[in-house]
Ligand binder design. Structure first.
Ligand SMILES: *Cc1c(COP(=O)(O)O)cnc(C)c1O
Length: 389
């Protein structure tokens, strides 16, 4: 069996976790701050708030930007459901923007059009746009930033796929074009803490809110108290927060994994190059990377000629032990969203086409040349779908 993605945990990761577990603190100790500080250097952002998942991070990011019931949040039609659910947790309405078929990222043309339509028809515009960096390649953030200034919305980057990627010479996460960037440390992502995630931001005000919301809405800082400070035992819950904290042994794993991020990204890019070289001419549309960015290649998504060839390819690859996947069903097609009756697939022609044709083939740092060869021969096999073109 060859999975589409797999973590790499080595002896130094095990030692980092072991030493955390035998230390005084398994949670709320020094390792979370240490991981945050290393991540802040890696992505060149001032503040990092590590949490227990990217889903939690997206929720906190929406809350910190003031998303409440009745607000509108837009995100990409093609993403993992968590990108939209975060807004729903806050009671906000969600709408989607169509994608570019070439990058599978949010389409700037579709975004502009949708904003202009709001202006023309006097419709509500989004308070927040959540841009998703699909498969590890950044969306067109400078364009999104310009539109956010023109139309008055805030920007969250869902960079769950894109730790270690670059955009216009800066690491994804530097927040040059956004308020907050979110990363995931789930097992299949670029680095792992088992479950885990982080918010990064350059705003000290947003960072303080994110920190407080991560831990019940409680503050222990004497300077922050609403009431007179009676002594060292005292803390205040100032708003309704959550327990979204990550543990110290996870942070220890995260810091150890982060030190290898560069080599992980390099390996994934080598796999991408192997596919570009060896799958050329087989009839798929292979992913491309824009000249002003580098991809972390969380996923390698090929496009099949049509939905029937995709189904045949999926089944043939699975039957041959290659655990290909489909990333993703358009969010508005999930029953939770579709039964709201607000979304029409006809409004998202590129997301529909992408979904019908996409197939994620294996990519991870430890994949071997022999395994890549098996992927290629399975993709080329007669009992597969070649004959369906
Ligand atoms: C994985 C993922 C998430 C959620 O990450 P968790 O850490 O599992 O909560 C959110 N958005 C995208 C695009 C993802 O791929």
């Amino acid at each position: 069996m060859i999975p589409y993605g797999r973590q790499r945990i080595d002896a130094s990761d095990l030692e980092a976790v072991r030493s955390a577990l035998v230390s005084e603190f398994v949670t709320q100790g020094p390792r979370v701050a240490s991981f945050e500080s290393e991540l802040s250097k890696a992505v060149r952002a001032h503040h990092v708030i590590a949490v227990n998942s990217a889903t939690s991070a997206l929720h906190l990011a929406c809350l910190a930007l003031g998303v409440v019931e009745g607000d509108l949040v837009w995100t990409s039609a093609i993403s993992f459901v968590a990108s939209a659910n975060a807004a729903r947790y806050c009671g906000a309405d969600v709408d989607f923007v169509d994608i570019d078929l070439a990058s599978s990222n949010i389409s700037i043309a579709a975004l502009k059009e949708k904003l202009i339509r709001c202006d023309q028809k006097g419709l509500k515009k989004p308070k927040v746009l959540i841009a998703v960096h699909m498969a590890g390649q950044s969306a067109d953030m400078s364009e999104i930033f310009e539109l956010s200034k023109e139309h008055g919305f805030r920007v969250i980057e869902d960079a769950s796929h894109a730790l270690g990627a670059e955009y216009k010479g800066s690491p994804v996460g530097s927040c040059e074009y956004s308020d907050i960037t979110v990363f995931s440390f789930h097992a299949v992502k670029m680095i792992t803490t088992g479950e885990g995630g982080a918010c990064v931001t350059n705003s000290p005000i947003l960072a303080a809110r994110l920190q407080q919301l991560r831990s019940h809405g409680i503050t222990r800082d004497p300077a922050e108290m609403n009431e007179p400070y009676p002594g060292g035992w005292y803390y205040e819950q100032q708003e309704l927060g959550f327990n979204y904290r990550i543990t110290d042994f996870q942070a220890a794993l995260g810091e150890s994994q982060l030190s290898k991020l560069g080599s992980f990204v390099q390996k994934r890019n080598e796999v991408a190059h192997w596919y570009w070289k060896n799958l050329d001419g087989l009839g798929f549309k292979l992913p491309t990377v824009e000249a002003d960015r580098t991809s972390s290649f969380h996923l390698f998504v090929v496009l099949l000629p049509n939905s029937s060839s995709r189904k045949a390819a999926f089944e043939s690859m699975r039957a041959q032990g290659i655990l290909v996947n489909v990333h993703y069903l358009p969010i508005y097609r999930h029953p939770y969203y579709s039964r709201m009756g607000k979304y029409s697939p006809a409004d998202f022609p590129m997301a529909e086409e992408y979904y019908n044709r996409c197939l994620s083939i294996p990519i991870f740092p430890d994949i071997t040349e022999a395994e890549l060869g098996s992927v290629k021969s399975a993709l080329s096999t007669k009992i597969g779908f070649q004959n369906l073109f």
